[in-house]
Design a protein. Structure first.
Length: 301
């Protein structure tokens, strides 16, 4: 989604944008918590298939991209874009089985943060890189609450972070040739097609357990449709710097959601690790001299 600066935005506009963006982030975290509660029935793999495929149907219904957007050669960009969405979501849910929600979000958030810091030649960015490494150390060290972190969960969360990096790089390219709403819809649809093998086994449990089936629809709405729409509305009111700072809250809000919605407690050291990563992201945005590239997208949360 293109993020344009709005120097003439009023304070009321910024407050409205703030509320919209926090609402979108919170909706995603609530959706992730609800999805985790459905893992016993659908499994993590099945849940990600349900979430992405249902989200694709919702976006296709709302956005309705016409056949004209599928110009020759577009698949060379769309396939890696959609594949990165599939990998990002699949690995995120695999990690969610084994790690608290807040830690998964923090590990995943290191992907775009590392991308922002790579290649920087400013001395100040060494501070943010140091905060990232400190946060990683605090997250990985054993503690008295949960001991060692599950290595498969950590690897899956880091794979999700890599998927987020590829998503940003491919999304930036595809965002230059088509509107963001259509690009995200087609990307989510491509991801849904790739995840069909994990969707099909969940159809019978969804039918025989209609209550949980409706909850799965709720996950798709809360984790994709609602955050996407709120993010789009927020970007009309906020500039890139405001957006970057607010998106830095995701690891913190993920930890809070895990605590209150799933009862996932973190040690003081791991809370500090989450705050280090969020603080490094906010600091990088506040001191950045370059605006995001035109057409750069945020994840379809």
């Amino acid at each position: 989604m293109a993020a344009l600066d709005h120097p003439t935005s009023t304070r009321l506009d910024k407050l409205g944008g703030l509320a919209l963006l926090i609402g979108g982030i919170s909706s995603f975290q609530v959706g992730a918590a609800l999805a985790k509660s459905l893992f016993p029935l659908f499994g993590a793999e099945g849940m990600v298939g349900l979430r992405v495929c249902l989200a694709a149907v919702i976006l296709l219904t709302v956005i309705r991209p016409g056949p004209s957007v599928l110009r020759p050669g577009i698949w060379r960009l769309l396939l890696p874009y959609g594949a990165s969405m599939a990998v990002m979501n699949f690995a995120f849910y695999i990690a969610l089985v084994r790690l608290p929600l807040g830690l998964v979000v923090a590990f995943e958030f290191m992907g775009p943060l590392s991308l922002a810091l790579i290649g920087s030649r400013r001395l100040l960015d060494l501070v943010w890189a140091g905060m990232v490494l400190s946060g990683l150390y605090l997250l990985l060290r054993p503690d008295h609450i949960s001991g060692h972190l599950d290595p498969i969960g950590v690897i899956a969360a880091l794979i999700s972070a890599v998927g987020w990096v590829i998503y940003i790089l491919t999304g930036t390219r595809i965002g230059r040739i088509m509107p963001a709403a259509q690009a995200t819809t087609l990307g989510m649809t491509t991801a849904g097609i790739l995840l069909l093998p994990w969707l099909i086994p969940t159809l019978m449990p969804a039918v025989t357990h209609p209550h949980q089936g409706f909850q799965a629809v709720g996950v798709a709405i809360l984790s994709s449709a609602v955050p996407y729409i709120l993010d789009m509305m927020a970007m009309r009111k906020l500039g890139p710097r405001d957006l970057g700072i607010l998106l830095s809250l995701e690891p913190v809000l993920g930890s809070i959601s895990g605590l209150f919605l799933l009862g996932e407690s973190l040690s003081v050291a791991r809370w500090l690790g989450v705050l280090c990563i969020a603080g490094a992201s906010a600091g990088n945005v506040l001191t950045s001299r370059k605006p995001p590239p035109d057409g750069e997208t945020v994840p379809p949360t």
